[in-house]
Design a protein around this ligand. Structure first.
Ligand code: SAM
Ligand code: SF4
Length: 433
């Protein structure tokens, strides 16, 4: 979401005539987009904000801003605390970035906007956004009403608001007309799209409408809350041609006691039955997840339950975190806090266990033929091309022609921890194969 927000801000500014620079030393405007979800992310933001002080000393005319979730959390105190900062903007206020910059340039002083009721919109459909891209995010909702007891998001991104389906459909059509082949719908909890206001279409309905758009090769979405994963949505994985067989379904814990304390509103058995149904409807589906260790009160047995769950599900990948105390959240009041050393020990054991599962799943793909959407040259080796399988695994391969934006068939030669190595079979044409 933050990547998409940064992208949105930069596109608004480019459309207003600003130019991007890769060097902070050349920039006249420096905006730091921040994440507050864990303490570590927040500390990183403060380190970067500290660097602004010397830049501003050297070049007093630059405009500097703190935006995003830390801006929302700390508010206007940031302007007092960091006198070299001109602008503080919450994540729901980014669409008006140009107005705020204009105010500062006109000499009207420092400014801030922290309104959590601003309506989001899909700006992706503006000129130039798709340039050079094959794949893009498309925001379909903002905010969250779930109040998981550890999570700061509902406090810094406000109440859940769904964007109108017509806007999402017309933005998708526009993006495809500009060369986009793959769209990932994003929101804090996409599968509750439109349910709050009892409006149609619901999320599966939206997917069905998007699936009909000619030229959309791949459709993905992130993130889904297990409590809102309906049978209709699971069914979409068996029905919709463009919907990729991958779901990111954060479980957070394998223990019912902890899930209850987390206010997740599902049980371990419910989660496992969802996974089973997904695998029945789409046997090749890849499943990834998020998991927190060391939540207050997590016993050794609760932790064992999490380990057993990951053995049972065999996630393709897992994002795991040590519980981090966040302001305003209910979990702050819970007894049974674990010390850092114990959280670290549990995280290490969990991550080692998952590494083995991920590697073994990647190795099992050796010899298979996969459809890859080519995204461009590799990050580490630009003599290689890179793309993703429908299940969202990164594949690198060599080719002596530019295949960016094309679907190709690749034979997987080797499975590594974080990617696959393949060799080109041929270009892929769904009409032929
Ligand atoms: N909306 C998504 C969902 O419900 O799964 C998750 C969004 S959250 C920004 C991303 C992940 O950060 C969560 O799934 C959770 O695992 C992790 N997270 C959130 N708050 C955390 C905290 N206080 N400590 C550690 N991890 C946290
Ligand atoms: Fe945070 Fe829970 Fe909302 Fe996800 S669903 S953003 S974890 S409160």
């Amino acid at each position: 979401m933050n990547v998409h927000d940064s992208d949105t801000i930069s596109q608004i500014l480019v459309n207003k005539g600003y130019k991007k620079t890769d060097s902070i030393n050349d920039a006249h405007i420096i905006l730091i987009n921040t994440c507050a979800v864990r303490q570590k992310a927040e500390q990183k933001a403060f380190t970067l904000i500290g660097r602004l002080a010397s830049l501003k000393r050297e070049r007093p005319n630059i405009i500097s801003g703190i935006i995003g979730c830390v801006a929302q959390e700390k508010g206007t105190d940031l302007l007092q605390h960091f006198p070299f900062v001109d602008l503080v903007l919450g994540p729901r206020n980014i669409y008006r970035i140009d107005d705020f910059l204009a105010q500062i340039k006109e000499g009207r002083g420092k400014t801030s906007s922290l309104d959590l009721t601003c309506e989001p919109y899909t700006l992706t459909a503006c000129n130039g956004y798709a340039k050079g891209r094959v794949s893009t995010f498309l925001k379909i909702m903002e905010g969250c009403d779930n109040f998981c007891s550890y999570c700061i998001v509902p406090f810094v991104r406000g109440r859940e608001t769904s964007l109108p389906a017509e806007d999402i459909i017309s933005a998708s059509k526009y993006l495809i007309s500009q060369g986009i082949k793959e769209i990932t719908l994003i929101g804090q909890n996409v599968n509750s799209y439109n349910t709050k206001n009892n409006t149609l279409p619901t999320f599966p309905g939206l997917l069905k409408k998007l699936d009909k758009i000619a030229g959309l090769e791949r459709l993905r979405f992130v993130t889904s809350h297990p409590k809102d994963l309906s049978n209709e949505l699971i069914g979409c994985f068996g029905e919709l041609t463009s919907l990729c067989p991958h779901i990111h379904l954060p479980v957070q814990s394998g223990s019912d006691n902890i899930l209850l304390l987390m206010n997740r509103r599902y049980t371990r058995d419910k989660y496992l039955s969802l996974v089973e149904r997904l695998k029945i409807v789409r046997p090749d589906i890849t499943i990834t997840s998020d998991l927190i260790v060391g939540f207050p009160g997590e016993t050794e047995k609760d932790f064992e339950d999490s380990l057993q769950l990951i053995d049972n599900v065999e996630f393709d990948n897992l994002f795991s975190f040590k519980y981090s105390e966040r302001p305003q959240t209910k979990a702050l009041q819970l007894p049974g806090k674990l010390d850092e050393k114990e959280k670290q020990r549990r995280l290490f054991i969990l991550q080692e266990r998952q590494r083995k599962i991920t590697l073994s799943k990647n190795k099992k793909m050796e010899g298979s033929i996969q459809e890859i959407l080519v995204e461009g040259t590799g990050k580490k080796d630009d003599s290689q091309l890179t793309g993703r399988t429908p299940g969202n695994k990164v594949v690198n391969f060599s080719a002596n022609k530019n295949l960016k934006g094309q679907l190709v068939r690749i034979k997987i030669i080797k499975g590594f921890q974080n990617s696959l190595l393949g060799e080109l079979v041929d270009k892929y044409d769904r009409k032929v194969y």
